[in-house]
Ligand binder design. Structure first.
Ligand code: ATP
Ligand code: MG
Length: 619
């Protein structure tokens, strides 16, 4: 690839569109085992002769269509039974990202074959999350949004085919009998007494199952493979069960439903998926996946070449729980304010917290894909956010723990107590502006006799090395004037109620006299004249234990009691005017976002802390 110099057009001609795409996008993509598999398949033309009829379907359907314009097809197949979380984001970035990089298409598929668990409420939230992350399922003028329940008819037909070909039988043993006869790791299974039924008997029985002649759970359809297989998943797995449940898509049409392990490979095949990427726990299912594809291809029901399954390690993130059930418990037990609580690892939560799609994509890219489980440190995610916002987020000043500073000589210096002066500061530091990019307009804010400063920026008796305000010390109000501290006022309890200082005229930042007096430090501030009161939600990690649910621990006990502290702050006008979702760097404090739910520009500013400027949890 290094020979691909822009000055040599011959070298630029890609071997195929796909492999060149990452470079064309100007991004450096680290290779991984999945990229190697795909590049190898593209080199060999493994999928070059596939057809795509424009919609999912069986072998005959696709054969009638043109050659597939997509070089590869991947899919993201969530069950619509909950909100997506950061682990799903990894899978989304992986599947949509690979399709994008290799001239392919990624299908958005709802895996809704289980009638009990699905809820249409989740469907829109999932679509939103995928789009927000920066992906979509439109390609080649077509939408690739599918639902697995649309394939029930074909799945039924595939089951009848297996029966007719002698590859499936109806088993009437009880669930306990079946479990006992399955054997275990060291013990082969025992054939069911129903295993030797003829295809005709099985077909009749299966049709009775479909027609509602039998009770839920009274019998199942099983693939007839090998009860002695060392892989227990091949010991005649169940592929259809009786379940009287109303399905959100097919209503009461069916009282039998396919098992996930049977349905999933078929969904992939009907959609002409080339690389079916899933998490490691499905590795033991791959032999059945291949067995089923082989049977249905040899029967002519599915098109060659069949999809292939590849497994990668799921995301485990320290300080984070990704089990849907446990996340639901946090919501229903009111440990958090909802699925989009900014402390939740859900995509809606991350979004409300202030994470950007770019930062999550960067994270997915950085953690890569591997074939063995490992833990990723939460600070990696925060680091990606800082990296993304460093050059994007406008700067602004906020005082989170305010105490009033009075410039006692203000009237003397500027004519009257209520005189104000404008100060200007860049919205982005010089280093954040790319060459040729126009800098954003400066921030303008007022300074007057009274300003808010951080309580911790004054010490009447300074500790050793303290450089901020103490009587006699000279500091700069950042972007404003140099001042000399003269003292403070206290209430009966001794709490400082006001800090006093004298302004030194002629020293305003950006004016010729700015450097005439040397300041020991620059402190952040917001004037009483132009500051706006704001609610600031100081979020921190939801759990104080890096592995909150490891080893059967009660994750509720691992909740961080300090994961949210709400303060009333003062912010400069540019921050108060923020649009919901707009991100800022509050100077010295870190990154904050105007809350997308509660913030009202101008009148009721509400900010969430996304993350500090540095990792405060690092040991
Ligand atoms: P459930 O426990 O309800 O099955 P799930 O987390 O497996 O939940 P799905 O809706 O089945 O959720 O997941 C959709 C896709 O997201 C799957 O392909 C799955 O492999 C992937 N996925 C889920 N969790 C993670 C994770 N932590 N890391 C990477 N991928 C994940
Ligand atoms: Mg799942």
């Amino acid at each position: 690839m290094s020979s691909n110099t822009p000055s040599n057009p011959a070298n630029k001609a890609p071997k195929n569109n796909a492999a060149a795409a990452p470079e064309a996008a100007g991004e450096h993509k680290v290779s991984n085992f999945l990229r190697q598999i795909i590049e190898n398949d593209l080199d060999k033309g493994t999928y070059a002769s596939r057809h795509w009829a424009g919609t999912p379907g069986d072998a005959a359907h696709h054969a009638a269509g043109p050659l597939d314009p997509a070089k590869i097809r991947t899919r993201f197949p969530p069950e619509p039974n909950g909100y997506l979380h950061v682990g799903h984001a990894k899978s989304i970035c992986l599947n949509f990202g690979l399709a994008r990089d290799y001239g392919g298409v990624c299908h958005m598929r709802f895996d809704d074959t289980n009638p009990e668990k699905e809820d249409t409420e989740y469907v829109n939230s999932i679509l939103d999350a995928v789009q927000w992350l920066g992906f979509n399922w439109e390609a080649n003028g077509q939408s690739h949004l599918f639902q697995a329940s649309d394939y029930f008819d074909f799945m039924y037909r595939a089951a009848e085919y297996l029966i007719e070909a002698g590859h499936a039988y109806v088993d009437e043993q009880t669930a306990e009998q079946m479990r006992a006869a399955r054997g275990d790791f060291g013990k082969p299974g025992v054939d069911s007494p129903f295993r030797s039924r003829t295809p005709e008997q099985n077909l009749a029985r299966f049709r009775e199952m479909r027609d509602g002649a039998h009770e839920d759970g009274s019998m199942v359809l099983r693939a007839k493979i090998d009860m002695a297989s060392p892989n227990i998943n091949l010991r005649d797995p169940a592929i259809y069960r009786i379940r009287r449940a109303t399905h959100h898509n097919t209503g009461d049409k069916w009282c039998i439903y396919p098992m996930y392990t049977f349905a999933h490979p078929i969904e992939d095949a009907l959609e002409q998926i080339t690389h079916s990427i899933c998490t490691l726990e499905f590795e033991d299912q791959r032999p059945f996946y291949d067995w089923l594809m082989d049977r249905l291809c040899e029967g002519g029901l599915l098109a060659h070449p069949a999809p292939h399954q590849y497994e990668f390690a799921r995301l485990n993130l320290t300080y984070v729980i990704t089990s849907k059930r446990k996340l639901a418990q946090l919501v229903y037990d009111h440990k958090v304010s909802g699925w989009d609580d900014p402390r939740m690892p859900t995509i809606v939560g991350l979004r409300r917290r202030g994470y950007t799609p770019e930062s999550i994509q960067l994270f997915a890219e950085r953690i890569g894909v591997t074939k063995s489980d490992s833990w990723i440190d939460y600070s990696t995610l925060e680091g990606c956010l800082r990296e993304d916002l460093e050059n994007k987020a406008h700067r602004g000043m906020a005082v989170l723990d305010p105490v009033k500073l009075v410039l006692t000589n203000w009237a003397e210096a500027f004519g009257a107590d209520d005189t104000t002066e404008d100060c200007t500061q860049p919205a982005l530091p010089h280093s954040a502006i790319a060459e040729g990019q126009t800098p954003p307009p400066d921030r303008v804010f007022k300074i007057g006799k009274e300003v808010w400063i951080e309580r911790e920026d004054f010490e009447e008796v300074p500790p050793k090395g303290y450089k901020r305000l103490f009587p006699g010390n000279v500091v700069r109000l950042k972007g404003g004037y140099v001042i000399e501290c003269t003292g403070c006022a206290r209430d009966a309890d001794g709490t400082v109620t006001e800090v006093h200082a004298k302004v030194i005229p002629g020293t305003k930042s950006g004016t010729p006299g700015a450097d005439s007096v040397k300041a020991k430090a620059a402190i952040t501030w917001v004037s009483v004249a132009s500051g706006v009161s704001a609610e600031v939600r100081l979020y921190d990690r939801l759990f104080s234990d890096p592995n909150p649910d490891a080893g059967g621990k009660d994750f509720i006990e691992a909740l961080n009691p300090n994961s949210l502290k709400v303060v009333t702050a003062y912010v400069e006008p540019s921050l108060a005017a923020a649009q919901p979702d707009q991100k800022f760097q509050f100077e010295r404090f870190g990154y904050f976002v105007a809350d997308r739910v509660d913030h009202v520009a101008g009148s009721k500013p509400v900010f969430n802390r996304v993350t500090g400027l540095k990792d405060s949890w690092a040991k």
